[in-house]
Design a protein around this ligand. Structure first.
Ligand SMILES: Nc1nc2c(ncn2[C@@H]2O[C@H](COP(=O)(O)OP(=O)(O)OP(=O)(O)O)[C@@H](O)[C@H]2O)c(=O)[nH]1
Length: 202
């Protein structure tokens, strides 16, 4: 009997320097590098996991947060099953920009029903002492913008990183039966039906 695995594409978006690459690396390799270079374009890593009895291959896409790399990252939004909107709790501007990231994703991923799309919000770097964004503010934003789950993470000490990805998987699996994702474990399906039109961001 062939084992069936769901292949899910999860994309990390957020301002440059908030810790997207570090979160991905912490989750997949369990390592942290205090001197990472900025991402140029996109990179991805796979991670196998089991959530509530479902075998899942997560394809995690890490994108460049810096504005100058916008045209290099946006072509990779299509086909995403979940979007992790990321800010850093010690950088208020990265929190204020969450709405723009959401709009940019919805437009370039061509999301058909934005109100149903599974976003998860990550407030990273909770290990730092100088916070600029409180948990309450972040939770309120999540509530007002789509009732998104919110996780305070630290890629540095691994706080909540795994549970955030597991929640992302749960959100996707709960959305529908995901029968189109049930593929043999030894194949990779990179061809997805496009999600449809949306209005864009500035
Ligand atoms: N203290 C602390 N520092 C972190 C954490 N996560 C990332 N950093 C540091 O923040 C800096 C930026 O991290 P990256 O992972 O490169 O950030 P990014 O969001 O991928 O940045 P871009 O590639 O420019 O989009 C690096 O020096 C990391 O070591 C964290 O949880 N805590």
């Amino acid at each position: 009997m062939t084992t069936k695995t769901s292949l899910l594409k999860v994309i990390l978006l957020g301002d440059g320097g908030v810790g997207k690459s570090s979160i991905m690396n912490r989750y997949v390799t369990n390592k942290f590098d205090a001197h990472l270079f900025h991402t140029i374009g996109v990179e991805f890593l796979n991670k196998e996991l089991e959530v509530d009895g479902h075998q899942v291959t997560l394809q995690i896409w890490d994108t460049a947060g810096q504005e100058r790399f916008r045209s290099l990252r946006t072509p990779f939004y299509r086909g995403s099953d979940c979007c992790l909107l990321t800010f850093s709790v010690d950088d208020n501007q990265s929190f204020l920009n969450l709405g723009n990231w959401k709009k940019e994703f919805i437009y370039y991923a061509d999301v058909k029903e934005p109100e149903k799309f599974p976003f998860v919000v990550l407030g990273n770097k909770v290990d730092v002492t100088e916070r600029q964004v409180s948990s309450e503010e972040a939770r309120q934003w999540c509530q007002e913008n789509g009732n998104f789950p919110y996780y305070e993470t630290s890629a540095k000490d691994a706080t909540n990183v795994a549970v955030a990805f597991e929640e992302a998987v749960r959100r996707v699996l709960a959305l529908d039966e995901r029968t189109d994702h049930l593929i043999p474990t030894d194949t990779v399906n990179l061809h997805r039906k496009p999600r449809s039109a949306a209005t864009c961001c500035s």
